[in-house]
Each structure stands twice: as C-alpha cells, then as structure tokens.
Design a binder for this molecule. Structure first.
Ligand code: PFF
Length: 465
C-alpha cells in the first residue's frame, strides 16, 4: 500500500481553533441548554463538569496520543501501534469502527445543521415575524414535514463541508476555522450582553448553579456522560485525526485542557444567552428540542431588534455546526488519502455522495419514512425512527464503545514509554493519575454506562445479587 504523507497544522493555535471548532457545535448551543432544562439544572451541570474534568480531559489526551504517535489516521494508527501483538486484527477493526462512527453521526447532524441554515433564511426573509400563538411550532413542524426543504438545506450544509475538506488541512480546515471561530465567539458574546441587559440573569445563575441532588438518577448520569462525550467530540475519530496533524513539539495535555475548557465555557455561556430570555418571558424550561427552534423565535419576534438578534443566533448555530461537520467528515477522507486509495478531492466527493444518501434517508424519516422501525430489541429503540436510531447508535453507543477501547488501547496495549514520550509529562504524579483513570476507571465506568444504555444493567445486577 502506498502511504501518502499527511499535512500538518501550521501551529498549536491552528490545532486549538480547529479542535475547539469541532467540540463547539450544536451539542453546546442547541443541545446543552435543553438537556440542562430537562434534567433540572444545577445538579446536572455539576455532574457534567465533573465528567468533563475526570473523564473528558484524560480521554481527549488519550485520543490525541493515539493519533499523534504515528501521525496516521485511525485504521493505520491502530494497526501500526499494535504491530506484533496477537490482538492486531481486533485493533484494526476498531480503526474501521472509529472511521465509520462519525459518518453515522453526520447522517443526522447534517439534517439538523440544515435546519439552522433554513432558520437563518427564514429569519432574514421575515417569515418568523409577527407570529400568532402556536405559529412557531407550525413553522418547525412544517419544515420537518417537507422532504424538499429538509433535503435542500441538508445538501447546502453538506456541500459547504465537502468543499472545505477537499481543500486540505491548511487551505481548507485551518482557513475555515480561522474565520468562523472568532465570528462565533463575537456573536455569542453579543447575545449574552443583550440577555444581561434584559433581566433573568439572577434566575439563570440560580438555576444553573444550585444543585438539587434528588434530581440525579442513573438516566441523568448516562445523559450527562453522553452529552459530555458528544460535546468534546470523543469516541468518533475526530480527536485522533486532528491529533495526527499535530506537530510533535506541541503539548497534548495543555491543548486537551484548552479544548475542554473552551468547549465547556461555550456550553455554559450558551445557557446564559438562552435561559435569561426564557425566564423573563415566563416560558417553559423543559421544552426539550423545541427550546431553540420553537420557543426562542417567539421571543425574537417580541423583542426590540429581535429579527437581527434572531439572525445572529441562527448564524451562530450554523457556524458552530459547520466547524463540527468538517471534523466529522475529515476522518474518512484522511483515511482514503493516506492509504493512497483516492485523492482528497475525489475522496471528498465519494464520501459526500454516500453521506448525502444517508442524510436524505434520515431527513425522510421525519416524514415519508416516519413509520419505518429498524430495531425493535427493546422498548427504548422500538419507538425510534431511522434518524433517532442513527443518533442512538452512533452518538451514544458507538462513541462510548470507541472511547472505552481508546482507553484500553492506550492503557494496556501501547508501550508505557511511548505514551510517556507523547504526553511529555515525565514520570510525574500527574501522569500516574492520568494512567490509573485511563487503565482502570474509564474501562469500568464506561462499561457500566454501556450496560445502562442497552438496559442491561438492572437485569445483570438482579442476576448477580
Ligand atoms: N462536538 C460536536 C457538538 O457538540 O456539536 C459534535 C461532534 C463533532 C461530535 C465531532 C463528534 C465529533 F467527532
């Protein structure tokens, strides 16, 4: 096989922007506020922060280490790093699963990212002005019922992403995040300042930082872990591939902390942009996925400069989504390119066509194919349509499974000396602490979470006890 040398980020800052771009996405601005709302606020936030600190940061370090050690994309990286081991075929297979997972995520992410573009357009064209009661819900459901609208906007979102990817690491990825990330930050800050002047900040503080531990259940823990993993782009080859472009002189632990800090900061700030508006207008906190697409437009319609504010908000979401879809698209193309199978341009086209088909089916599962059920093995999945199944299997199950095996790989398969060298932590207490987390705590905790996800924990406990 002809291996093609990979491009590198031009600096640590370029990596940081791209990795933060990947981490900060719909998960932070669209999903985080509504899961906090649904799960009762403070206790969930605290749990989330704990998971990011104890599992998130060590796992980001782990995935960057796998990628950077041989500076190869997932399949080649797992194969090369397990050279000479009996388990090598298994790890090669894990490489494949790692590359396929982000494609599954994109199957639904492109559809939602298309919604955000549609809302930018609807806001600009004034379709969300002068609404009467219940109309925003109608706009949202009408969009979901229209295959053409969904597929049109999904196609735009996919084409922008494929175009950026086809231009390569420096000219495509780096250039896109250098423009998009500062704009994203500016928009977010202006939204928070606006919210600060319009009341509801005190209630937001109380809601987000006063924990009521009675609200924590097994399901909440799973939800918080799933949200943290998704938000940090873990278990989906992204950090592995972005790590493979990282120059050797950059410090993995520092960069991992930078990514986790920025990602969490943006999620919290998104709460501070959205909740004050919800509080001052006496709206429902637990309106779930409708929070951003149904509840907020009502408020934008009523407030001064609301249209401008609304345009900015949905632009923010759209930018955040693009920098994440780029990172989800890259592993497959990087793999095809490095193995000499296809050039970057052709690889982007091929992956783009495949993904278009998957995302189109996913979009149709909200309307024409809404009755199709692919899995029926438990009550939880039996009620899910194709798009929800894609989300459940890729963003929940596969991400957890990949993260689990990344931990086992770095903890038990890679040479300690190599890992030490890559992390540059010397044989310090910090290194030992990280290693215990990765070798023991991560495998145990994630295994329990996976059992809980598939509703196997209770039967297993009943069997043991
Ligand atoms: N972290 C992104 C978000 O919060 O929206 C989603 C994501 C991007 C997940 C990249 C996984 C990934 F590899």
């Amino acid at each position: 096989m002809t291996h093609v040398a990979q491009e590198k980020w031009s600096s640590g800052t370029a990596f940081l922007l791209a990795a933060i771009g990947s981490a900060v996405g719909l998960g932070n601005i669209y999903r985080f506020p509504y899961v906090v709302g649904e799960n009762g606020g403070g206790a969930f936030v605290l749990l989330y922060l704990g998971i990011v600190a104890f599992f998130g940061i060590p796992l980001v370090m782990t995935e960057l280490t796998i990628g950077r050690r041989k500076q190869l994309p997932p399949i080649s990286a797992f194969t090369a790093l397990s050279e000479g081991k009996k388990s090598q075929p298994f790890w090669k297979c894990m490489g494949w699963i790692n590359v396929l997972t982000p494609l599954g995520i994109l199957g639904f992410y492109f559809v939602v990212s298309g919604w955000t573009l549609n809302y930018v357009y609807s806001m600009i064209s004034g379709q969300l002005n002068n609404l009467v009661e219940g109309q925003t819900l109608k706009v949202f459901t009408d969009m979901q019922q229209s295959p053409l609208t969904l597929i049109f906007w999904m196609t735009i979102s996919l084409s922008i992403t494929a175009f950026v990817i086809s231009r390569g690491v420096k000219l495509g990825l780096e250039k896109a995040v250098k423009i998009l990330m500062p704009m994203l930050f500016l928009i977010l800050v202006s939204l928070v300042i606006y919210s600060a002047f319009n009341g509801g900040m005190r209630e937001t503080f109380e809601f987000m930082f006063t924990p009521d531990f009675s609200k924590i259940t097994g399901k909440t823990v799973l939800e918080a872990a799933g949200q943290a993993f998704f938000s940090l782009s873990l278990g989906s080859a992204t950090m592995l591939v972005y790590g493979s472009y990282l120059p050797k002189k950059e410090s993995i632990p520092k960069l991992a902390c930078g990514v986790a800090f920025a990602d969490t900061f943006v999620a919290l700030i998104a709460g501070f942009a959205i909740f004050p508006i919800v509080f001052t207008n006496g709206l429902e906190l637990d309106s779930g996925p409708n929070l951003v697409f149904v509840t907020l437009p009502i408020i934008f319609d009523q407030m001064p400069f609301g249209q401008l504010f609304g345009i900015l908000f949905f632009l923010l979401l759209a930018f955040a989504a693009v920098t994440s879809t780029i990172s989800l698209f890259e592993p497959a193309v990087s793999n095809l390119e490095e193995r000499g199978i296809l050039t970057r341009g052709k690889g982007s086209l091929l992956v783009g066509i495949g993904l278009w088909c998957l995302a189109a089916v996913s979009a149709l599962s909200m309307n024409i194919l809404s009755d199709v059920r692919l899995l029926t093995f438990s009550d939880t999945v039996a009620s899910k349509n194709i798009m929800d199944i894609l989300e459940y299997m890729s963003a929940n199950a596969m991400m957890l499974i990949n993260a689990l095996f990344a931990g086992i790989f770095v903890g038990w398969v890679m040479k300690r000396k190599d890992v030490l060298e890559e992390l540059g932590l010397d044989d310090s207490l910090l290194f030992k602490f990280w290693r215990v987390i990765i070798k023991v705590v991560v495998p145990v905790v994630i295994s329990v979470l996976i059992l809980q996800l598939f509703e196997l924990l209770d039967p297993l406990m009943a069997f043991i006890l």
